[in-house]
Design a protein around this ligand. Structure first.
Ligand SMILES: *Cc1c(COP(=O)(O)O)cnc(C)c1O
Length: 379
């Protein structure tokens, strides 16, 4: 059996598409020599604001810093609690701890893997029991699927809580006609290379309609500077988006709408062909996902066997995430809403993600679909 070369995410195929544009954009930045807070950073912030239809965008060094800086700017710190899922990348909870606050882990839905909004009211008791002041919620749009923002915004508004969107995986998604970036108080995103909109290193941004908040993040990301570079009005950090990364991102933003369309088409093809074999992700008509990952469940079939049989056929897969945060050594002491997270625990043992990137040919898609069907029947 000849095994094809299939990439889980193919960044080189994207580079080949726009190689000339990327190289001349980097060349122009090199010629300008404005490596810190240069022309391309300002242009990208404007262009991303237009793309997401949001007033203020601040480029920062990475997505983790974006979350940390957003919380600092909202005045979140010691004695405060922030609710977040345990079924996420560590950075979500890490940023809460770095800000001085305490994460309270909440369970997720079995169908979209995002915060189970039915549990939100129980967070109030959890915070009280821990002697903490509940200040906000970080909603993660896992795998590019927007969280349930209607219910999240209602709950946060009623209880005077901040709603922070961890959109590291969901930039480009739409929720009830609103682009991600417009929801909650502030949206934080990442340009890590494998995210839907990625650069060639680390990068991130915060998006908000609140001018004061954007200014605060700008100051905090640049050593707490005041009106003048050598005037420090608060304690900050160094977290700026590189000019060269911004130059790369400006070129990638131009092809991003087409890439999103391609991801949606691939997801639709996967879904229509695999729905009888495995549990496919839910596609709500009112939302448009960025499909950072295409994640499925195997209806009780052995995941380990599935992964190795797929690999034998040349199809790479990945497990996001094999261990929930509340079971990680560094996070196991933090409070848990209602004491246990059964859906999260279950998902960590069940989920597996199939290759997903905008440059996958139809032949490869069909080959992957054939392999899934064959392997599921065989194991
Ligand atoms: C990638 C990611 C982050 C962190 O982004 P970095 O740019 O790698 O710091 C935060 N949250 C989620 C859900 C992520 O997937």
């Amino acid at each position: 059996m000849s095994v094809p070369d299939i990439k889980f995410i193919d960044l080189v195929a994207q580079y080949r598409m726009i190689q000339h544009e990327i190289e001349s954009a980097i060349h122009e930045a090199l010629e300008r020599g404005d490596f810190i807070q240069g022309y391309d950073v300002h242009e990208l912030e404007k262009e991303l604001g237009i793309f997401c239809e949001i007033e203020h965008v601040v480029g920062v060094a990475n997505g983790t810093d974006a979350l940390f800086l957003a919380m600092k700017a909202l005045g979140i710190g010691a004695g405060d609690a922030i609710v977040c899922p345990s079924f996420t990348f560590a950075a979500t909870a890490e940023a809460i701890v770095l800000a001085g606050a305490t994460p309270i882990f909440i369970d997720v839905n079995d169908f979209d893997y995002n915060i189970d909004v039915a549990l939100l009211t129980d967070c109030l008791a959890s915070a009280q029991k821990s002697g903490l002041a509940l200040r906000g919620v970080i909603a993660v749009d896992l795998f590019g699927h927007p969280a349930r923002y209607t219910e999240l915004e209602d709950f946060c508004c009623t209880n005077k809580l901040h709603l922070i969107c961890d959109a590291a995986q969901s930039l480009g998604s739409t929720y009830n006609g609103k682009k991600i970036g417009q929801l909650g108080d502030v949206t934080c995103t990442s340009f890590f290379p494998s995210k839907p909109l990625g650069c060639y290193g680390d990068g991130g941004a915060i998006l908000t309609r609140d001018a004061g908040l954007a200014d605060l993040v700008r100051s905090l990301a640049c050593h707490g500077r005041g009106g003048h570079k050598y005037e420090n009005v608060r304690i900050g950090i160094n977290s700026r988006l590189d000019t060269i990364q911004a130059a790369v991102l400006r070129e990638k933003l131009k092809i991003f709408p087409g890439e999103l369309k391609s991801r949606c088409d691939i997801a639709a093809r996967y879904t229509s062909c695999l729905t009888t074999k495995i549990d496919v992700p839910e596609q709500k008509p009112s939302t448009l996902a960025s499909w950072a990952q295409y994640t499925v469940k195997l209806r009780g079939k052995c995941r380990r066997n599935f992964i190795s049989e797929m690999m034998r056929r040349g199809v790479p897969t990945a497990v996001y995430y094999p261990k929930p945060l509340h079971r990680q050594e560094a996070y196991q002491s933090f409070p848990i809403v209602n004491g246990s997270l059964p859906v999260t625990d279950h998902l960590c043992n069940e989920v597996v993600s199939l290759p997903m990137h905008p440059y996958m040919s139809e032949e490869i898609q069909d080959y992957i679909i054939r392999c899934v069907a064959e392997v599921i029947d065989a194991i």
